[in-house]
Design a protein around this ligand. Structure first.
Ligand SMILES: [Zn+2]
Ligand SMILES: [Zn+2]
Length: 364
């Protein structure tokens, strides 16, 4: 499990002469890259944790019991009754070519990650943080040095979560709406079945975009709270785990699992249920461009993109029968975006335009 301890600690230093305030990210980066690695693991919920998978399976087992074998989907995204093992590990899903491609895309992403993680975290996070602290000092003066208590730590974690969720929403929304970015994000949506590994299914060029967004949001809030608390505040943890990292981690696993986990409607208005992400992966037109955020429903509600599905609503996954064959294999998913960009440059239009003109179901 990820440990959030010293890496997040805001040991804000007030240098005696210049009064330079150093925020948590800046200081961390100054130490060593292995600490950066830990911090990324702590803050960006993109690591594979077996604990989250275990919790996912335990909750799925409860759903199987309570619903008498109903509530899981087959490879076509249709709800069906299943015996216990088939419910948890359906053969048609885990032997699907899409599940195999998930594995190789994940391996590629892990191999390439060190190259961009260190570079981005070492620049985007600390420079955002330093800029925020600088602006606050310039406009509002010296730090008010508020005394820290657990309530403030919890608030810091909550604000970080909301900010991260908003940046995630914005990046995700942009990736769906800007054709040149959609061809990258399409790799995530070309998954024809959902497995916990689908969470990491991204084109290797999309990883840096998400990482930069995460680093920016943490830098923003890190800078603000470093200034408010004179660097003394640390994120609230529970059993030494980032309080809301639990929510991130679990939600990320379950929403890419084929079992439906719906929340009561009232709760879905505030938190994304895993079933709501099944909708996000559906190629049916009524499901396109819905449920963009990572954890909360707040931003989707504000921007009118929230879609709370009915129980057992049909959600066929992928990019649709007309173009799916172009984005099926590992190779297609790796070079596909380059092909699409080339076509966009040559033809002067986007693959999405083509899909719209021919009536193809492309986007979800
Ligand atoms: Zn998407
Ligand atoms: Zn997804």
């Amino acid at each position: 499990m990820t440990v959030v301890t010293q890496e997040n600690k805001m040991d804000l230093a007030l240098a005696s002469g210049g009064g330079e305030v150093i925020g948590p990210l800046t200081e961390t980066v100054q130490t060593a890259s292995d600490i950066i690695w830990n911090m990324v693991a702590a803050n960006l919920p993109r690591d594979l944790h077996w604990q989250f998978i275990l919790v996912t399976l335990i909750i799925a087992a409860f759903i199987w019991l309570i619903r008498g074998g109903r509530g899981s989907r087959d490879a076509a995204g249709r709800e069906r009754k299943a015996d216990f093992l088939q419910f948890l590990f359906p053969k048609d899903i885990y032997t699907h070519v899409s599940a195999r491609v998930d594995i190789w895309l994940w391996v590629t992403e892990r191999l390439l990650r060190p190259f961009w993680v260190v570079g981005l975290l070492a620049t985007v996070g600390p420079s955002t943080e330093t800029a925020v602290i600088g602006v606050l000092q310039w406009t509002l003066g010296a730090t008010p040095a508020i005394a820290v208590n657990y309530g403030w730590m919890l608030l810091y974690s909550l604000v970080t979560l909301l900010c991260y969720d908003f940046v995630f929403f914005l990046i995700h929304y942009t990736m769906h709406k800007v054709p040149a970015l959609w061809v990258l994000h399409k790799v995530h949506h070309s998954a024809e079945v959902l497995t916990p590994l689908t969470r990491y299914r991204e084109h290797f060029l999309a990883g840096p975009i998400w990482a930069a967004g995460g680093a920016f949001s943490y830098g923003l809030i890190g800078g603000l709270f470093a200034w408010l608390f004179n660097g003394e505040l640390i994120a609230a943890t529970l059993f030494n785990i980032g309080f809301f990292a639990l929510l991130f981690g679990f939600n990320g696993s379950f929403r890419h699992y084929h079992v439906q986990f719906n929340y009561p409607r009232r709760l879905s208005l505030w938190l994304h249920s895993p079933a709501m992400h099944h909708v996000h992966h559906s190629y049916l037109p009524q499901h396109w461009d819905a449920n963009f955020a990572a954890v909360t429903s707040i931003w989707d509600r504000l921007f009118g993109t929230l879609y709370i599905p009915q129980k057992d609503e049909y959600t066929p996954w992928g990019i649709g029968p007309n173009t799916q064959s172009e984005y099926r294999s590992y190779w297609q998913n790796t070079v596909g975006p380059f092909n699409d960009w080339y076509k966009m440059l040559i033809k002067g239009n986007s693959p999405q335009d083509d899909a719209t003109k021919t009536g193809a179901i492309e986007k979800n």
